[in-house]
Design a protein around this ligand. Sequence first.
Ligand code: SF4
Ligand code: SF4
Length: 491
Amino acid sequence: MDIRSQIAMVFHLDKCIGCHTCSIACKNIWTDRKGAEYMWWNNVETKPGTGYPMKWEDQDIYQGGWVLKHKEIALRSAGKISGMKNIFHNPNLPGLDDYYEPWTYKYSNLFDAPEGDDQPVAHTISLVTGKPIDVKAGPNWDDDLGGSMDYARNDPNMKSLSPEEKKIMFQLEKMSMFYLPRMCNHCLNPACVASCPSGALYKRGEDGVVLINQNKCRAWRMCVSGCPYKKSYYNWNSGKSEKCILCYPRLETGQAPACMHSCVGRIRYLGVMLYDADRIKEMASCGEQELIDQQLDLYLDPSEPSIIEAAKRNGIADSIIESAQKSPVYKFIKEWKIALPLHPEYRTLPNLFYVPPLLPAMGAVNDAIYDSTTESLFGDVDDMRLPIKYLASLFSAGDTAKIRMVLNKLMAVRIHRRGVTAGDMEIKVVEAALEKTHLNPEIADAIFRLTSLPKFEERFVIPSAYREEAIEMLENTGDAKGEIGFGFNSK
Ligand code: SF4
Ligand code: SF4
């Protein structure tokens, strides 16, 4: 057993309001630079929709992630050796049209316009060419269903639906949407790391953050095509690839990453997980429908004495083990099992999990009074406006039973809390809802508490790093010499 520690995350999708504060916080700190204008290490897309870059989930186009070949996992596009044939021409890269051409406005028109009868206009200017452009796309162009028929019907997850189901989804009164915030998943089995011919990408031993050594990057861009989530980007100005660094300078000083700290909906949770690195390959090579359970099996119980002993033998500090014991992520994914990974079928074993959206739940009404005698006061999860098959395509490799169980748990918590706060639910209805989902009132209250009323320290449980250890870590990774990072500290 090779126990390591990993920073993992949970996003609660019912709480995301699509405000994009997370994206802006990240952009202001990390990608407000030449060559990085089009990059959104954190982006928020509207689902159903085509996303950013366009149709990123369609691996027939981009060939990202891993597949099973003769019962062994292999990179879908190619490995380091066979990938060499694509090294001078990589056909699987998204182009600028798939992202969007970044732009600004010619503000000087507003200030320098001569006096006249017309209102001056600040024209759009390309941030790549400096010339005027007609804006045709943006990082969340299909925001809030805008142009839904053009964007949502091209969502690759729609393939899982029958023509009849699709038709219903596009009836105006039945349309539905939710926001999907995305960032690098700092995967346990990162395809970006395996794709790089230069060995520039690596996973930090101390917390599992996936980074790119800027000195070693040779601009082959195999990480861009290899990542199935399209979360590695090429900087056309520096000639190097870049990606989310999980704000590791903030983590090392006990602060939450900027996107999480600034999250208005408080949908984000972060904590340490302990896992067994020896079993990664075996787990990533199992059948598609087993992937989620196998990944959850990799994460170990940090309160179990034998695990604590093995972790200490592997040099994991007491402060990290204590953080793992308080991790909110452990509760969501292991204890309660209400958060699922995005596209587990890509086999990268992502460390970002999502509580799927229950979406607006309307109460059943009889003569204008809530009918609390029925178990389906809030309706049946199978009758939700977003078909279960669609959510299963996103979060459980098509396994509808897994999604149904999670949604039923969220519904049971809602029914239980309605009983507690409004007092108008029949006891037998509450008990039936909890029993069906293997919950009890204490667990339902704990889920409600961590979902609705968590304090900052409950959402983000970050191990305290000693300053000396942080400096040592920087020296070992080369950052103190300006070898990684984005040139802020290079001579
Ligand atoms: S999400 Fe993509 S870039 Fe991030 S670690 Fe996984 S494979 Fe690499
Ligand atoms: S800041 Fe939070 S609530 Fe706002 S879009 Fe980002 S994840 Fe959603």
